[in-house]
Design a protein around this ligand. Structure first.
Ligand SMILES: [Zn+2]
Length: 296
């Protein structure tokens, strides 16, 4: 009992020391950049996306990308709407199981002869891998290769479904602290051979390939700040669509039209079994505005 009380007291003192050090660091940062100091949270930092466990890590990564302005890059600057996590069975329950991770109605800047601005529906399949703060990939080359092959099968599934333009969003979650370590070289250097191999494989197909590196800034609030790098090396062909995809897109278009004023992103709640509008949270799946639960 006495041991427990002593231990608790020690922990309280340690916590106070950590808080004091956080405050000192914040003051030091504020001298150089008052704006950066606003986002500094010190030891409360958890590197949430890197440590995200569970089967929905891909979706969490997509929401993080959508939260930033990077969704504009994925749309080459302009879009009508963005949908995240849409089941292929949205219209036809007998459709193959699986989700479209990210679907963007990309608007072309120049109208056609009829004065209508044409749309291209871009779909993205996401794959995530982890790189620790020394630059080491956390899975073996064989496992990485298997994951890539599986992703290619997913892309083919989307093509069979009739999707118009299909990309692999190859996302590397980098442990916070990587860029602080001066011993580390460019992150590309450590995985360049692997990425080149993927280019060569995907170049032979109709699909496009995008590499993303997501690294949160150590000590800073992940909701309001974060580090990103991306690389868009190869485009994707625009394919003829099929009825199943057209029907799914029509349903989302109709939903988008009826909910024009509510803002946010389109998604799907598996509990309510319907399309919803919601706002992205960094590192977390959003809540459904109808049932108030996580959307999956
Ligand atoms: Zn719901």
């Amino acid at each position: 009992m006495i041991k427990k009380i002593i231990l608790e007291k020690i922990l309280i003192v340690l916590e106070k020391i950590i808080c004091y050090l956080d405050e000192l660091t914040k003051k030091y940062i504020a001298k150089r950049s008052p704006i950066a100091a606003i986002h500094y949270i010190g030891s409360k930092f958890q590197d949430k996306l890197y440590n995200f466990s569970g089967q929905h890590r891909e979706l969490a990564a997509i929401w993080k990308i959508c939260k930033g302005h990077h969704v504009y890059d994925l749309a080459n600057g302009t879009f009508k709407w963005v949908a995240v996590g849409i089941p292929l069975t949205l219209v036809d329950k007998s459709a193959p199981k699986g989700d479209i991770d990210l679907l963007i109605a990309v608007t072309k800047i120049i109208p056609n002869k009829q004065g209508v601005i044409p749309l291209v529906y871009r779909v993205f399949e996401t794959k995530t891998s982890k790189i620790d703060n020394t630059g080491k990939i956390q899975t073996s080359p064989i496992t990485e290769r298997k994951k890539f092959q599986k992703a290619l099968e997913q892309l083919q599934k989307l093509k069979d479904f009739g999707a118009q333009q299909i990309f692999l969003l190859d996302t590397y979650l980098v442990q916070a602290g990587y860029h602080e370590n001066k011993k580390n070289k460019s992150i590309y250097a450590s995985i360049y051979p692997e990425i080149i191999q993927k280019f060569e494989d995907i170049e032979k197909t109709d699909f496009g390939y995008i590499t993303y590196f997501l690294e949160s800034l150590k000590g800073y609030n992940e909701e309001t700040s974060g580090g990103f790098e991306y690389w868009i090396p190869y485009g994707a062909n625009i394919l003829p669509t099929k009825n199943a995809f057209d029907a799914l897109v029509s349903k989302i278009e109709e939903f988008s039209k009826n909910n024009e004023n509510s803002g946010g992103f389109i998604s799907y709640c598996y509990k309510c079994r319907r399309l919803i509008k919601c706002f992205p949270k960094a590192n977390n799946l959003p809540d459904c505005p109808i049932c108030n639960k996580k959307i999956i």
